[in-house]
Design a protein around this ligand. Sequence first.
Ligand SMILES: Cc1ncc(COP(=O)(O)O)c(C=O)c1O
Length: 482
Amino acid sequence: MALPSIGMTRLVGLLGAPDADAPAYRWLADNLRLLIADGRLPSGQALPSERRLSQALGLSRTTVTRAYSLLVDDGFLSARQGSGHVATLPLGRGRVGVGGALLPGYETSDELLDLTCAATRAPAGTAEAYAKAVQQLPSYLAGTGYATAGLPQLQALIAERYAQRGLPTDPDQILVVGGALSGVSLAVRALTRPGDPVLVESPSYPNSVEAARRSGARLSPVTVEPDGWDLDAATSTISAVRPVAAQLILDFHNPTGALMADGERERLAAALRRAGTVAIVDETMLEVELDEVVRPLPFAAHLSSTILVGSSSKSHWGGLRVGWLRVPRPLMARLLQARIADDLGAPILEQLALAELLRSRPGLHPETRTALQTSRQAMIEALPRAIPGARWTVPAGGLSLWVELPAPRSRQLAAAARDVGLLVSPGPQFAVHHGLESFVRLPYKDPPAVVTDAMRRLGSAWRNVMDSPGRPATAPLRPVVA
Ligand SMILES: Cc1ncc(COP(=O)(O)O)c(C=O)c1O
C-alpha cells in the first residue's frame, strides 16, 4: 500500500529559503528535523525522492542525499525499500514515549504500555514556537531574567483569554508559575496554616491533594460521582466544616471528566461565600474539550474571591512547565510573598515560547482534538469486550474514562495488568483517604491501535483476576504524574 506523502509545494513552503550562512545539506537536514519533530511533517509520511527534491529546491542531488542520510542516522528518517524515505520519530520506537512520563527509577520498555499518565505529545508548531522564542531571547539577556510575576506579554495574553471567557482580568492579576500543580500548591500554602480545614474532592488529581496534605491541611473530602458532584453533601460539609480553602477541578475533572454547569457553580459559590471559603479552582483540563458543550463561566465570575489555576500542559505541552494563577487583587500580595519563598519566577524561554503558542492558537490543536476523539471512541468500543459489565459516563472532555468495574478489584486488576505489560492507575490512587476500589482510570491519549492493544491486555488481566480472586494486589504502583 502506498504511504501518505507530503506534497512538494507544501514541503518547499514549509522549508522556506535556504540559510546563506550554513552549508546547504546542514540547512536542509536541520529544517527537516524540526518539521518532523514538530509534527508539521507527520511521522509515517513519505518524503519526495532525492532527485525531485533537489530539482524543486535548486540544490544538488548530493546535498539532498547527504541531508537525508544525516536524518537516517539521527532516527528522523527511515529508508524503506520501494518507498524512499519516510519521516519517523526516534521516540516512535518506544510506544511508552507516546504519553508516558519520564520518571526516574521506573522501567520503560517497548513492550510496556503505560496508561498511568494522562497527557499528550506536543502538537505541531511547538518546536517552531521555541525557535521563535530563542530568536527573542537576546533582548532579555541584558536584564536580570527574574520575572517574578511573569513576562508582561504573557500575562496580557492570559488575561485576554479570561476576558474572552466573560471574566474581565488585568494582566497584573496573573502570576505565572511552573505548572498548575505548582500553582495549586502555592495557593494552598499561601492561604492556610497547619490544621486549617480544606475541602478537597474525592476522587481527585492526587498530587494536588498531597500538596494540601503536606501544607498541614485537615482534608474534608466531597464526593465526585462519575456523572458529577454531590452538591447536597458538598453544601452541608461546607456549612459544617467552614473550610478555609476549597480545591476544586470543575472543568473536565481529573479523573471523572465531569463538567460543572453554571447553575451548580452558582449554588456551590453561594455555600462557599457563606462559609468565607476561598476556592482554588484548577482549570488544567479546560481546553481539552472534545464534544461541543455549553461552556460555563469561570468560577471567579460566580465567586470573586476565587483563585483560578491555569496551565499550558494539557492545552499545549507538559514539557513547557508553565502554568498561572489568576488572583483576586486583595490576595495578590500574599500570593507573591509565598511565591518568592520557594521560587523566583518561571523560565524566560518557556514563557516566550508559550506566548508564541497562545498568539497562534490559545486552545487545543485541532489535530490533537481529533486524535483524542478517535482514541476515546476506540476505547469505548473495546471496553465492553475487555471487561463485560464495566460502566462509564462518556466525558465531554479531558483525557480519560473513569471506569466502574463489575467488582471492587481495581488494585488486583492493576497488578494483573502489569503481568501482561500494561500499567494502569487503580481507583484508590485517586481517593483522598481510601476506597474507590471499583474504579480504574483509563487515559485515551495514545493512538487507536495502542488503545485497542491496551484494552486487549486489560481484558486478559481482568479474566486473570476473576479466575483467581485470592490473587494479592501487592504490585508497586507507578505514581500518577498527570
Ligand atoms: C487537575 C490537574 N491539575 C494539575 C495537573 C498538573 O498540571 P501541570 O503539568 O500544569 O503542573 C494535572 C495533570 O494532569 C491535572 O490533571
